[in-house]
Design a protein around this ligand. Structure first.
Ligand code: WTA
Length: 636
């Protein structure tokens, strides 16, 4: 039996059973039969879930880019690997074949080497959604450099802290980025960031918007002349299975962002396997994931997963609302998209618009729909099913995380019966458990618990860059011996999982993970602010939005609250990025605190939600009277 492609429910259960009973044989066979290795592994898995020391395909030697591109060249050289759909629909789309992609990646790899980038060096990539973004990732991986993509919506100080944390030697960026009817000065943001980044020796700049930029002598160079001069072939580096492939920063519930480290072979096997099964990809299909490559969804399911399967993947530079709300449907119609993967927040935003936007397009090419990033509410699920899937294309609601590398719980299209709001069944190899507050496994149905995974899978992140102890503390300590996801979930009577949301101080806004602590840190730097507490509250389109409770040092010169509100949001924008702005800001005379000085966020969360029914035990509060004041002045 070929476990790589599961064909029906019976074979799903068979594969699942084997993956639990004989995990090493299960993954070993998949790895053996579906990839090109320089050298096979000595042992499939070596692990210690207490010290978070996990190794897959021990001593195997491989290059992921050889598997993404080179091995397809004989059979699929002239097949389109990437379709680039520009921000402006009047600009022609580009079709890049596997042969062309090979050449572009090799040239870029040679440029990086010429600039002194070696195996193990970190390269920061800060680019818009243009082909060079995928090419940069692949060029790094080809020569063994570790890429650290920073989403091109982050501010200079967010870029700077990510570059410094992993001591990147190089930054690849562009003169600017198009986003709907705006253009963003990416190079200017990089220049500002680099004032604080001594590790960066060189900056390569892609020309995209043709805007004037400052080029720092001896540091900055336009990339195109270098690519033109570079050789078009490149010998890929032989990588150890556990060599780091990339770092991707994700918000933590406390402190600075966590540089999640993914390694080579396990990530390769897991993203390829999950892509194949979850999207039911067939040889001539055109697949489109609307995420940005700056997030894990783009890494795993725009670049690596699809290319490992020899698929055609779309890179979309634009936004769903430009030039109007029919853009997604227009692109589906234009490129005859077969698999479409997007986020609930986009679905909710588009569902609010006139139905004619979607109805005026031919969406009959669609076979499978995907959802990712946050729980999909029932209404959005039905709208997606009725209007985009025409009730014939299954929706796969995919639950996973930056840390998991690939999709963990999701229905397999045409195999697992779907159920709105349920991510349904775990993929083979994934052993979820729900834990109660006493650290006991919950056996009952319909009881919410902390979602943990009790056995390693190949795609799991291996560490946090430079801080393994934080990796252990964050993910392996709450429930010793298990990986703790930070999410709550319940199980129904047939074993389907429903993710209920974060149980920590991370809020998912429009599908983006935002830690409340870093936002609070940013706000607290404002001269007027004494203290702040940020919580999430439900929002129609964004899923969640942010509510800030803020105490001021001296009211004096900040009497104008509207102005101060604006200033605080600008402050957040420049420290983190516009995505972290607060929807509501309430100035309060104090925050509810326990006697040990901890802010009682549980109460603030309820107030923000407008639920005054039961604040739970407030007897431990130092200042219980403050609750009424905050409640009475709540912003609606
Ligand atoms: C949430 C994105 C419900 C969850 C791939 C998780 C989801 C966090 C779903 C990770 C889903 C993602 N249903 N919740 N289908 N998918 N989440 O790291 O809270 O950006 O922990 O990875 O998003 O977000 P991240």
């Amino acid at each position: 039996m070929n476990y790589y492609k599961i064909s029906n429910l019976e074979s799903y259960f068979k594969a699942y059973k084997k993956s639990v009973k004989e995990p090493e044989n299960f993954w070993g066979e998949i790895a053996d039969e579906n990839f090109t290795w320089y050298q096979k592994w000595d042992k499939v898995l070596d692990y210690d879930m207490i010290n978070a020391d996990i190794k897959w395909f021990v001593n195997g030697k491989v290059n992921i880019v050889k598997n993404c591109i080179d091995r397809h060249l004989n059979k699929r050289g002239n097949k389109t690997a990437i379709i680039f759909e520009p921000n402006n629909p009047d600009e022609a789309a580009q079709h890049i074949t596997y042969l062309e992609l090979h050449e572009r990646v090799c040239r870029m790899a040679n440029v990086l080497k010429d600039k002194g980038i070696k195996k193990g060096d970190r390269v920061c990539i800060y680019l818009p959604m243009i082909p060079e973004l995928a090419v940069s990732l692949l060029a790094c991986a080809r020569i063994g450099a570790i890429h650290s993509v920073v989403f091109a919506g982050f501010s200079a100080s967010a870029v700077a802290s990510r570059i410094t944390d992993s001591e990147c030697k190089m930054v690849i960026t562009s003169d600017g980025a198009y986003r709907g009817n705006k253009s963003i000065d990416l190079k200017g943001i990089v220049d500002e960031a680099l004032e604080k980044c001594p590790s960066v020796e060189s900056v390569l700049v892609v020309k995209r918007t043709n805007t004037d930029v400052r080029m720092k002598e001896g540091r900055d160079q336009w990339i195109q002349p270098l690519l033109d001069a570079a050789a078009k072939d490149n010998v890929a580096e032989i990588m150890d299975a556990e060599d780091p492939l990339f770092i991707l920063y994700t918000s933590g519930s406390t402190g600075k962002p966590k540089g999640m480290v993914h390694t080579t072979a396990g990530y390769m096997v897991y993203t390829a396997f999950t892509f194949k099964n979850i999207f039911n990809y067939k040889e001539h299909d055109i697949y489109w994931c609307t995420a940005d490559i700056g997030w894990i969804t783009g890494h795993s399911y725009i670049v690596y997963g699809p290319l490992l399967n020899g698929a055609t993947t779309v890179i979309f530079e634009g936004v769903p609302s430009y030039p109007d709300f029919s853009r997604f449907w227009d692109v589906i119609d234009k490129h005859k998209i077969n698999q479409f993967y997007t986020a609930p927040t986009a679905i909710r935003a588009l569902a609010k618009e006139n139905l004619s936007y979607v109805e005026n397009h031919d969406l009959s090419s669609i076979k499978v729909l995907g959802s990712v990033g946050e729980p999909i509410n029932e209404e959005a699920w039905h709208w997606y099913n009725n209007h985009v899937g025409r009730k014939t294309s299954p929706i796969t609601d995919t639950w996973w995380q930056t840390e998991t590398g690939g999709i963990m719980i999701a229905p397999l299209p045409f195999i697992t019966p779907t159920k709105p709001t349920y991510a349904t069944l775990p993929l083979p190899g994934i052993q979820p458990v729900l834990m109660d507050d006493r650290r006991n496994e919950i056996e009952d149905n319909q009881v919410v618990g902390s979602l943990c995974i009790k056995y390693p899978w190949p795609g799991i992140a291996r560490t946090i860059w430079g801080d393994h102890q934080r990796f252990i503390d964050t993910y392996f300590s709450a429930f010793p011996g298990k990986y703790f996801t930070g999410d709550g979930a319940l199980r129904d009577e047939v074993g389907y999982y429903r993710i209920t949301g974060r149980v920590d101080d991370v809020v998912i806004v429009s599908g983006h993970n935002l830690g409340t602590a870093p936002i609070e840190d940013a706000i607290n730097e404002h001269p007027a602010v004494a203290e702040s507490a940020i919580v999430g509250f439900p929002h129609d389109v964004k899923g969640n939005a942010l509510y800030g409770f803020i105490t001021l040092k001296e009211v004096g010169e900040y009497r104008d609250r509207a102005n101060l509100t604006k200033e605080i949001n600008e402050h957040i924008s420049s420290h983190i990025g516009p995505i972290a702005k607060l929807d509501k800001i309430q100035f309060v005379s104090g925050l509810p605190k326990t006697r040990s000085g901890k802010i009682m966020r549980r109460i603030l969360r309820k107030i923000a939600e407008g639920d005054f029914s039961n604040f739970g035990d407030t007897s431990t509060l130092l200042n219980p009277e403050i609750v009424d004041e905050i409640k009475n002045e709540r912003i609606d």
